[in-house]
Design a protein around this ligand. Structure first.
Ligand SMILES: Cc1cc2nc3c(=O)[nH]c(=O)nc-3n(C[C@H](O)[C@H](O)[C@H](O)COP(=O)(O)OP(=O)(O)OC[C@H]3O[C@@H](n4cnc5c(N)ncnc54)[C@H](O)[C@@H]3O)c2cc1C
Length: 465
């Protein structure tokens, strides 16, 4: 009997929706199963987009509050939190509707409900319209992730929060303790500090953004402290409990112990994959600590079953990694000549203030891997566009292989670096050398000129410093 669909995708987040659109473009009859009311997953509804909307609000608020520095006097600047949240929700809703439109345009069927794998090519969906079983030649699992909690704790929506609850919160915390200084933790610290909260950031590992290049982590920590954020690194949370007025956190740093008191706590200690209860045990797919193992074409051990996005073992939990994994998976099942995923060329961006962006190997990792390394650094202090913007904090660091100057990695902290990193991602994909960047004409005055200067610095030929 013919299958109902060529492809059924579980989940409509970045991994699922991009795969669905590409599949439809290549003529596959496609359905997406989504348990939530809205399409778009974590990224659109409670992740990338609402946080970036709030971060931009914080940036505008700060700029207007400091407008005197630019010779503009505004008087007292007032924050209307309801209006800020309404704008954030409008941005999200616009793109929810956009996805619905794209699904209609590409004739992708949306099946509302919780999907569960029931053996080869079969998915049972339990939804508002009752239960239904569909069959498919191929299946992509893109069920994403949820916030990991501290043992024995549950978010309560009032005092103990994850990204979901804090984004739904109707108030700005007077004093916010954030547990975890990864991307999510530092972004929320950046938002609420600029909106006036007292913020304490607690990180168990020795530095903020523990996976970033060490120099970047140090620079960011200095900057966060300058902004008035209290940062505790190498600090273990022994206990987090509710009190009548808020929360109380017992923290140890080596032999020192202290109690941190706050009005609310945000737990940002990582994500756990949504792979329980979805019937993976009915397939040959292999798991590693709850994550699905795939090859670089996103194939699991079960023929015709693919996994993409946050549930994939050993890969970055980023929306744009999920986008490309969806495209690669669909290309593979359709016999198209798609390249294997190359995670070394996936940029990692943190939209805190100042922003952080990186791609490829850190200096330390490149050395560990046996490369002879040359590094070119350049500070935004000497970049004229950064001075024009009044945002000259930070630097760029190009990590290159010594003999040919191949770019192995780039690490940036400073103004708009989450936009700038695209130049180096493309350069790495094309195996460009530092010398190629040195002879690439960068428009003046632009922030992107830091790459020209850093490439010159690789050869000890810096012009502007
Ligand atoms: C606060 C925050 C900020 C972030 N900011 C960024 C950022 O700026 N840039 C970036 O690249 N990444 C960011 N991320 C990470 C990014 O959101 C994720 O990497 C991305 O959403 C993963 O996409 P996905 O498709 O794997 O899963 P998800 O986006 O989690 O989507 C999974 C979907 O599957 C659905 N689902 C789950 N189980 C089932 C089931 N059994 N049946 C039917 N449907 C199901 C879910 O309802 C959900 O809609 C952020 C994350 C957080 C939490």
């Amino acid at each position: 009997m013919a299958e109902d669909f060529d492809l059924v995708i579980l989940g409509s987040g970045p991994g699922g929706y991009v795969a669905a659109i590409r599949a439809s473009q290549w003529g596959l009859k496609t359905a997406v199963v989504e348990k939530d009311d809205r399409l778009g997953g974590t990224c659109l509804n409670v992740g990338c987009i609402p946080t970036k909307a709030l971060l931009y609000n914080a940036e505008v608020f700060e700029l207007i509050s400091n407008s005197k520095d630019f010779g503009i006097e505004c008087g007292a600047v007032k924050l209307n939190w309801d209006a800020v949240r309404a704008r954030q929700q409008a941005v999200v809703l616009k793109h929810n509707k956009g996805l619905e439109y794209l699904f209609r345009k590409h004739k992708i069927e949306t099946i509302r409900g919780f999907g569960r794998l029931e053996g080869k090519g079969r998915i049972a969906v339990q939804g508002p319209a009752g239960s239904r079983t569909v069959s498919a030649k191929n299946i992509i699992v893109a069920t994403g992730s949820e916030a990991r909690m501290l043992p024995g704790l549950e978010p309560d929506g009032e005092k103990i929060l994850t990204n979901r609850e804090i984004l739904a919160s109707g108030n700005i915390p007077s004093k916010l303790v954030i547990i975890g200084a990864g991307a999510v933790g530092v972004e929320f610290a950046s938002i609420y500090r600029r909106f006036g909260s007292e913020v304490i950031l607690i990180e168990m590992l020795p530095r903020v953004l523990p996976l970033a290049d060490e120099e970047i982590s140090k620079e960011l920590e200095k900057s966060l402290k300058r902004q008035g954020i209290k940062v505790l690194t190498g600090a273990r949370v022994d206990k987090l409990e509710r009190t009548p007025d808020g929360v109380q956190v017992a923290v140890s740093q080596g032999t020192d112990q202290q109690t941190v008191v706050a009005s609310q706590a945000l737990v940002a200690v990582g994500r756990r994959p949504n792979t329980a209860g979805i019937g993976l045990e009915n397939t040959r797919a292999e798991l590693e600590r709850g994550y699905v193992k795939t090859n670089q074409f996103m194939e699991t051990a079960e023929p015709g079953l693919y996994a993409v996005g946050d549930i994939v073992a050993g890969t970055p939990q980023l929306a744009h990694a999920a986008f490309m994994e969806g495209i690669v998976a669909v290309g593979r099942m359709g016999g198209k000549p798609v390249p294997a995923m190359n995670y070394r060329q996936v940029p990692d961006c943190v939209y805190c203030e100042p922003q952080v962006a990186s791609v490829g190997l850190s200096e330390a990792r490149a050395k560990e891997m046996g490369y002879a390394v040359k590094v070119g650094r350049f500070s935004f202090k000497a970049n004229s566009k950064a001075s024009v913007l009044g945002a000259d904090e930070g630097f760029v660091k190009l990590v290159c292989e010594e003999q040919y100057g191949e770019i192995l990695g780039a690490h940036l902290i400073g103004p708009q670096v989450t936009e700038l990193i695209a130049e180096i991602v493309l350069a790495m994909r094309l195996e460009v050398t530092a010398e190629d960047i040195l002879y690439t004409v960068h428009a003046h005055p632009t922030l992107a000129e830091v790459f020209f200067d850093a490439a010159n610095a690789v050869y000890s030929l810096t012009i502007n410093a």
